[in-house]
Ligand binder design. Structure first.
Ligand code: EPZ
Length: 418
């Protein structure tokens, strides 16, 4: 298992180019199952999760070519309709093939994702939504077995604005008979990017980016000439946190600031300066961040995927900050590791109280999940001395060449191959 060796204590300066969004690329790759033909995707991030989704599609009969940040997916010969446990256990987002398979082929056998480090993460809302559209679903030996002659449009209300749940039902609805209305739908930019991809294939979708999405089913869809994945707002936010925590000065190219309002406003409260330039967004960190309270919420609220990174920044802030995690029940796995580096953090239920210290101290730590590993990288970059982060395969799932990008910003960082 690879480790990351970081010598901290230097402000990071320079330019970084944001990659395509993991959480847009994954549903869009799954959406290629909805139409027979050759799909050209651009700005696809080179990540472990993208390779896993490619493997999933290949096992179904698709031909998938990935070259640099281009991905060509030929779905003319889909002959298998299964997402097996050995792949699904490594990537929960595999559940995203369920909706497309049932919609286009009338059947699917998809392993239940099981829990993960940050929470139980059930998929009940996905299943109930498909059943409401007429799918017959049984759970057998850890698999979701779904059948449907013809999905029918209907009204579906989500108790929680589930991101992949919204994506799965939207993909099921585009080929259903009649109109589907999703109420309390997720509004994340990645859901919007998927909807735009479906519309470019001929789908009829209204209300994209709002909590009420209306989909009028059509009989077939066709691949567009190409689709460029939106930039990754969480990667961009992560680099903002790196500039903010290290007193750095980073020009972030290719990020869409309108997708990061909540994060930018909280960073400004912490004393970070933002300058929109024609090359990109310049982010200048203060000598020491002010302490700021955050509460994670569904989009457009403060994203849960930025909570761990913001906590690393607050661990050296001037004052005490209160961080409330309302989306996942166990997304504080980074706290124990940050404490090993001298952070002063106490947790009560879904609330962490972070008393800022002047400096963190480097230490051997362990990554537990994707965004926790990003949090430890930030901590290692600002700590005095040496930090070794173990299990960084978590990081490689969701960040494209993060260590290389950090080295180009002046970080003293080395990947220790095991
Ligand atoms: C997506 O996960 C993202 N993953 C996550 O990013 C992100 O943290 C999350 O949305 C929230 O923004 C992808 O898009 C691939 P949810 P998802 O369904 O869809 C509960 C990362 O770091 N829920 O919106 O799985 C669930 O337990 C990853 O890139 C149900 O109870 O999240 C959670 O508490 C981590 N039943 C809440 O809803 C369901 O059927 C939000 O989950 C579905 C969800």
């Amino acid at each position: 298992m690879d480790k990351l060796l970081i010598f901290g204590g230097r402000p990071l300066k320079g330019t970084v180019i944001i990659s395509g969004a993991k959480n847009a690329a994954l549903p869009i790759m799954a959406a290629t199952l909805l139409s027979s033909g050759i799909h050209h995707l651009k700005r696809v991030p080179r990540l472990r999760d993208v390779l896993t989704m490619a493997e999933l599609l290949k096992r179904m009969g698709a031909n998938v070519q990935i070259e640099n940040n281009k991905c060509i997916i030929d779905t003319t010969k889909i002959t298998h309709f299964e997402a097996s446990y050995d792949l699904v256990k490594t990537m929960r987002a595999s559940i995203l093939v369920l909706g497309p398979l049932v919609a286009r082929f009338g059947k699917a056998k998809v392993s239940l994702p099981g829990g993960c480090a940050i929470g139980a993460r059930p998929v009940n809302l996905h299943i109930v939504g498909l059943e409401k559209m007429g799918a017959k679903i049984v759970l057998q030996e850890g698999y979701i077995i779904a059948k449907a002659n013809q999905l029918k449009g209907t009204k579906i209300y989500f108790d929680i604005p589930t991101v992949t749940g919204t994506e799965n039902i939207m993909m099921a609805a585009v080929l259903a008979k009649g109109t589907t209305i999703i109420e309390n739908a997720a509004k994340e930019p990645e859901v919007v990017d998927l909807a735009n991809y479906l519309i470019s294939m001929g789908a009829k979708i209204k209300g994209v980016g709002t909590s009420i999405i209306e989909i009028e089913g059509v009989s077939e869809l066709n691949p567009p000439i190409f689709h460029e994945i939106i930039p990754d707002r969480i990667e961009a936010g992560t680099f903002m946190a790196i500039a903010a925590a290290s007193g750095g000065d980073i020009l972030i190219k290719g990020c869409r600031t309108e997708n990061l309002d909540a994060v930018i406003l909280k960073m400004k409260d912490a004393g970070v300066i933002f300058k929109e330039t024609k090359e990109g967004l310049r982010v200048i960190g203060p000598k020491r961040p002010n302490s700021v309270d955050i509460k994670t919420m569904p989009y457009p609220g403060f994203p849960t995927d930025m909570q761990a990174q913001f906590m690393a920044m607050m661990s050296v802030a001037n004052g005490t900050s209160v961080i409330k995690e309302t989306i996942f029940e166990n997304r504080f796995m980074h706290v124990a590791e940050l404490r090993r580096m001298g952070a002063d953090i106490s947790v009560e239920g879904n609330t962490a109280t972070v008393r800022g210290v002047k400096h963190l101290k480097g230490a051997p730590v362990m990554a537990t999940d994707l965004r926790a590993s990003a949090s430890l990288v930030i901590a290692g970059l600002i700590a005095e001395g040496k930090t070794i982060i173990d299990r960084i395969y978590h990081l490689d799932r969701g960040y494209e060449e993060l260590d290389k990008k950090l080295i180009s910003l002046g970080a003293k960082i080395e990947r220790l191959k095991k």
